[in-house]
Design a protein around this ligand. Structure first.
Ligand SMILES: Cc1cc2nc3c(=O)[nH]c(=O)nc-3n(C[C@H](O)[C@H](O)[C@H](O)COP(=O)(O)O)c2cc1C
Length: 209
């Protein structure tokens, strides 16, 4: 299973290299996932702000990161789960995810955030799946009125974010945004989120937390 993961990841990496952009912030020419005025630290008053960390995770990296962010910021957590489970084996999962992405599906997801209206800040933490977020993440984002909330994209990826961070920004046009972060797991062979917690700390500080 590990070997299959590595080989498939290596193939993905080669493809993704063609689609490269800044590996950590996801900045791509003409598609920058931030709002420059909103990003100024001094404009961001955290007092009394209610934070939600919403995440999707298939193999655990994003879950680790999301839980780390939530604990640090004393935020609530919501896991985005597709109603129909993805295959547990890597290759079938990639195939199903690709078909779903190519068809621009919005698969049904489990549960709802009943009190979304109460949150001021929503972190959206996702793995990169075929250069973007998994489709259930868009099902999630499209279910709510996120107008006026600050949406902060975060992703984990084997090699880089491609358009993932900016796609989350584009999917929440009525929200404010802050610079996102992509943690690459390539150096750790696809695992080892704990080695990246210092990067998360640095990023949170930079965006005003
Ligand atoms: C279906 C699928 C597609 C993937 N596509 C990409 C990709 O396009 N770019 C990339 O860098 N990594 C890609 N990966 C690797 C994951 O983004 C990476 O392993 C991530 O950290 C997994 O997060 P998770 O453990 O929370 O599921 C893909 C993995 C899967 C399962």
């Amino acid at each position: 299973m590990k070997k299959v993961f590595k080989i498939t990841a290596a193939i993905l990496l080669a493809i993704i290299g063609l689609n490269a952009c800044n590996a950590e912030t996801g900045k791509k020419s003409g598609n920058i996932p931030h709002n420059s005025s909103e990003n100024k630290k001094e404009n961001f008053d955290m007092k009394g702000k209610k934070i939600l960390v919403a995440y999707f995770s298939w193999s655990g990296n994003t879950k680790d990161a999301a839980q780390y962010i939530a604990k640090k910021l004393e935020a609530d957590v919501f896991e985005i789960i597709r109603e129909k489970e993805y295959p547990s084996e890597y290759t079938p999962c990639t195939e199903e995810a690709k078909a779903e992405k190519d068809a621009e599906k919005r698969p049904a997801i489990k549960g709802m955030v009943d009190n979304m209206v109460e949150y001021d800040i929503v972190f959206v933490c996702v793995p990169v799946w075929w250069y973007t977020a998994p489709m259930p993440v868009f099902s999630f984002l499209e279910q709510y009125d996120l107008k006026g909330k600050t949406v902060i994209p975060f992703c984990t990826a084997y090699s880089g974010p491609s358009s993932t961070l900016s796609d989350i920004v584009d999917a929440t046009p009525k929200s404010n945004h802050k610079d996102g972060l992509c943690i690459r797991t390539h150096e750790q062979g696809g695992k080892g989120m704990d080695k990246n917690y210092s990067k998360i700390d640095k990023w949170l500080k930079e965006i005003g937390f």
